[in-house]
Write a protein that binds this ligand. Structure first.
Ligand code: FAD
Length: 529
């Protein structure tokens, strides 16, 4: 297989003529290419409004040697693919089945990997299965009636189920885990394009089906899945896990449990603190969701209307004179702002979109980095309390609804009275409220200043009628649950902190990759009885 990179095609024409262009690079006839597979496609908008897709393709041809010698182009190489192959070298026979706590991407991929190796894991999830969960979330958005057990943060599929389903990650793929995760998503129903798009995304509608299919496969392989099964305590003897307590009543003996609980399991964090797990506070980011008309972003990024091109995205960062880093996060082209709360009397927002990304607005979080210095004291969970304080302020600002403020009113610190051109695209009720007041002064000032800076990068970003809502507080975990570098076990032997909640991932794909990594650690230690 030969790999050709940097094939540039007019974006409006897409794949048309791609095979011809590949043959030209190889200096062969088009018919000599037996098979062509796209490996990567990214958009080059440097000469907008002229837009180009830049492709990397793998092609099957006869006599690769001869072609390589002849074409001499540094764009052509031999295709190399790292195949993900976890090693099973454990020596300790399992007395009990391994348990995976949490069915977000970290827990699901860990359990799938264990199930495929014959370990028949037991999955415990505090929330409900994805169908019932969806009904509850819809009810919450329509009535404001929150179920603290099963909501946007908790339930099958984890926190990213009602999301944009962005799958890109900054984590390097030396082990092949990233490719394996994407291939697994495709195997269970995601569109194949996620394997080659530069910024792949699934969308909440498709993601829910994929999650169900992964669950069915785990069950088929002998695993067990239990919903409404919250781990409420750990039985520990001499620093070693002995059993899990479920829903305060049932005892489940086990010697290995994966703690893939996500960043919102605040009660479980409190339990870990009580049981003296080694944990440390970590930096995260807080801020607002910001909405613009999608056509404004398209115009800025493409230099014209988008036509048949996908809704445009953006990524913005700046370092302010006050030392704060501010950046856009979890940008959802053509998406919705969602009420993503999981606690009564607290309000958190986030972003979601469908596969088509065809909503009227572009939204993204504009968040300011906060460090443990912003929530001083020696409590390891001070960051959680900091989040809670902001969420309580947002709840109050909107009287239980999502508080909304136009940017020019945010700057003037006054409650908005009417909308401009943009209407909020929101899941969950909203009302005008003082978003600015939800934040400590320095954070509010940083948001205001950064939006001005971003207005110099994207024309109109700082327009007065852009919509801000609050509070974006669940960007990543406020704590890290320490784990051994080699064994990946916590300070309590047999417990494996995993994924975003434990502080080892930041997003769907990296959480899934960490799930695989933890499964590998278990396979290195244990073997089937
Ligand atoms: P989670 O997905 O949070 O899963 C943890 C699971 O553990 C939950 O289902 C929870 O119910 C369960 N649990 C917790 N405690 C217990 C307990 N004691 N007993 C039993 N079960 C328990 N990331 C992206 O990469 N792309 C996106 O587009 C994106 N959009 C997002 C949109 C929204 C609305 C939200 C909320 C998040 C989004 N994210 C996105 C972030 C992404 O969802 C997380 O990074 C990812 O889900 C982390 O995976 P995880 O498996 O570590 O944890």
């Amino acid at each position: 297989m030969l790999r050709i990179s940097q094939i540039k095609r007019n974006a409006e024409k897409g794949e048309q003529g791609l095979k011809h262009a590949a043959a030209k690079e190889l200096r062969i006839r088009e018919e000599e290419i037996q098979n062509l597979r796209i490996c990567k496609r990214s958009l080059d908008a440097r000469k907008k409004p002229e837009l180009y897709y830049v492709y990397t393709v793998d092609v099957e041809v006869n006599d690769e040697e001869k072609i390589l010698r002849r074409c001499k182009s540094n764009k052509v190489t031999r295709a190399k693919e790292v195949i993900y192959a976890p090693e099973q070298s454990g020596t300790i026979p399992f007395k009990h089945r391994p348990v995976v706590i949490g069915m977000g991407p970290a827990g699901l991929f860990c359990a799938l990997s264990l199930a495929r190796t014959g370990f028949a894991p037991i999955l415990l999830e505090r929330g409900m299965d994805v169908d019932r969960r969806q009904e509850m979330v819809e009810t919450f958005w329509q009535t404001g009636q929150l179920d603290e057990r099963s909501n946007i943060q908790f339930g099958e599929g984890g926190a990213g189920t009602f999301s944009d389903g962005k799958l890109n990650t900054a984590v390097k793929d030396a082990t092949g885990r990233n490719t394996f995760v994407l291939k697994t998503f495709v195997e269970f129903g995601a569109p194949e394009e996620i394997l080659w798009l530069n910024k792949p995304h699934i969308g909440t509608d498709l993601l829910r089906e994929v999650i169900k299919n992964i669950r069915k496969e785990i069950l088929r392989l002998g695993g067990d899945v239990r919903f409404e099964a919250q781990v409420t305590d750990f039985e520990i003897q001499k620093g070693q896990l002995r059993a899990l307590i479920i829903n305060g009543a049932e005892r489940l003996e086990c010697e290995a449990a994966v703690l893939a609980i996500g960043h919102s399991a605040r009660d479980t964090f409190a339990l870990l603190k009580k049981r003296q797990f080694s944990m440390s506070p970590k930096a995260f980011a807080v801020g607002v969701r910001m909405e613009h008309p999608q056509h404004l972003i398209d115009q800025s990024q493409y230099g014209k209307e988008r036509g048949t091109l996908p809704a445009a995205d953006y990524k913005l960062t700046c370092q302010l004179p006050n030392g704060r880093g501010v950046y856009s996060f979890c940008m959802c082209p053509g998406g919705y702002v969602v009420n993503a709360s999981s606690e009564e009397g607290k309000l958190a927002v986030n972003g979601m979109s469908y596969h088509s990304r065809n909503g009227d607005n572009a939204n993204s979080a504009i968040v300011v980095t906060v460090t443990p210095e912003d929530f001083p004291g020696d409590d390891v969970l001070a960051g959680v309390e900091f989040q809670r304080k902001l969420e309580a302020a947002a709840y109050e600002a909107g009287d239980g609804k999502i508080p909304v403020q136009l940017y020019h009113d945010f700057c003037k610190k006054q409650v908005s009275e009417s909308l401009g051109e943009t209407t909020p695209s929101m899941k969950g009720a909203w009302t005008f409220g003082n978003v600015r007041d939800c934040f400590p002064k320095e954070i509010g000032d940083s948001i205001e200043q950064s939006i001005k800076v971003f207005g110099r990068k994207i024309r109109g970003f700082d327009r007065g009628d852009a919509i801000l809502s609050a509070v974006e507080s669940r960007t990543s975990s406020p704590v890290r649950i320490e784990r051994e570098k080699e064994t990946l076990e916590s300070s309590i032997s047999g417990i494996y902190p995993c994924g975003e909640g434990a502080g080892y991932a930041g997003g769907i794909t990296s959480a899934a990759m960490d799930g695989l990594k933890v499964a590998e650690a278990i396979l290195k230690k244990f073997k089937i009885k």
